[in-house]
Design a protein around this ligand. Structure first.
Ligand code: 5GP
Ligand code: MN
Length: 345
């Protein structure tokens, strides 16, 4: 197996880690299962060896991830700005996990850029920011950054230190970023790691239950409403999308994370190869795309919605009214489909 954790880079990293009086683990804004999984997986692994380590995230994860071990210790820039600011200012070493560019951390960006700490990027997104990173560990073929944290621990030859806490977090990242081992980035390696974590005693069934069997009735009603009343199918473009206004979200008392899986459900419709979801967020319209096969959902976001991401899962934004965001999508769609005609067959 080729590894991004080469001996020379690892020697340098171990040197930086051993000198550091304060290590801070950061990840992107709007945390997901992988950003939580890699942050907390690394946190528990380092803590077990006595490293002075703290996790600091831009904002809070959705509640379906709050059960994750260590979640309660995360310092949030959003709710404890002074504490987070001090942490980042005084850090000697900052791990930048699951993001390729500091702009993905929202308001944390300026603090990260200003910090004199060494920055260690470990990530699986395209086009990592080489200049920002002191050491860069990038593998865009990895299913998740959590998978890379396992690789990192293996490169240190300390898999023996993986315990229920770190293992559960890493497994959560694998599951959530692969759509439960379904997406194309799921490799033999991903399954090997999952198998090894099972051998180490991780209760994988419990992780699945915590992630997927904790829906509120309100969420299920919102999903039903969205599919029944708001689903738009464009059969000639093998595309479908849903958009929800803030008012509609309020009607179902939607909380953070509730709308997350909706776009995947849209993609699950037979014959649909591109799925979109639009919602009203603070100041902007937040857009998500999912695609099948080789259809570049990330290009769609990069070209038209100030975003990016992975081939099959991307996100972006639109400044203006939600109706206009949807209209823009419908307008650019025919060209996008034409340009990628073979991929839509
Ligand atoms: P989601 O639809 O779950 O918000 O995002 C899916 C994926 O798209 C994320 O894993 C991330 O890689 C990417 N993504 C989401 N929002 C943005 C954005 O604003 N900018 C960029 N560059 N990527 C994004
Ligand atoms: Mn990820």
């Amino acid at each position: 197996m080729t590894t991004i954790f080469t001996e020379s880079k690892m020697t340098e990293l171990v040197r930086l880690m051993s000198r550091a009086k304060s290590i801070v683990i950061t990840s992107h804004k709007s945390p997901d299962g992988d950003s939580m999984g890699c942050s907390l997986g690394l946190f528990h692994f380092l803590l077990k060896q006595g490293y002075p380590v703290t996790v600091c995230h831009p904002d809070m994860a959705p509640s379906f991830l709050h059960w994750m071990p260590g979640s309660e210790h995360i310092v949030l820039l959003e709710s404890e700005p002074e504490k987070a600011k001090k942490l980042l200012e005084n850090a000697d070493l900052i791990f930048c996990l699951d993001y390729h560019h500091p702009s993905r951390t929202g308001k944390m960006e300026e603090l990260l850029v200003a910090s004199k700490a060494g920055k260690i990027i470990i990530d699986h997104h395209r086009d990592p920011d080489q200049e920002f990173a002191t050491l860069l560990f990038s593998d865009i073929t990895a299913s998740s950054t959590s998978q890379l944290i396992y690789d990192f621990i293996e490169a240190l030859d300390r898999l023996d230190l993986i315990d229920e806490k770190s293992g559960t977090c890493i497994y959560t990242g694998l599951v959530t970023d692969t759509g439960s081992f379904r997406f194309s980035a799921t490799s033999a390696r991903t399954h090997h790691i999952a198998g090894d974590l099972i051998n180490r005693g991780i209760k994988t069934w419990q992780v699945h239950e915590n992630l997927f069997d904790t829906n509120s009735l309100n969420k299920l009603k919102m999903v039903s409403y969205a599919l029944l009343e708001k689903l738009v199918i464009l059969p000639e473009y093998k595309t479908a999308y849903i958009w929800l206004t803030r008012k509609e979200e309020e009607r179902f008392q939607v909380i953070k994370g509730d709308t997350e899986g909706l776009v995947n459900q849209v993609l699950s419709i037979e014959g649909i190869r591109l799925a979109g979801f639009f919602k009203e967020a603070d100041q902007i319209i937040k857009i998500s795309f999912r695609s099948k096969g080789e259809i570049p959902a990330n290009q769609l976001c990069k070209m038209h919605f100030e975003g990016g991401g992975h081939l099959n899962a991307s996100g972006g934004k639109y400044v203006g009214k939600i109706e206009d965001a949807v209209q823009k999508f419908v307008t650019i769609l025919p060209n996008f489909v034409e340009e990628n005609k073979a991929l839509f067959e």
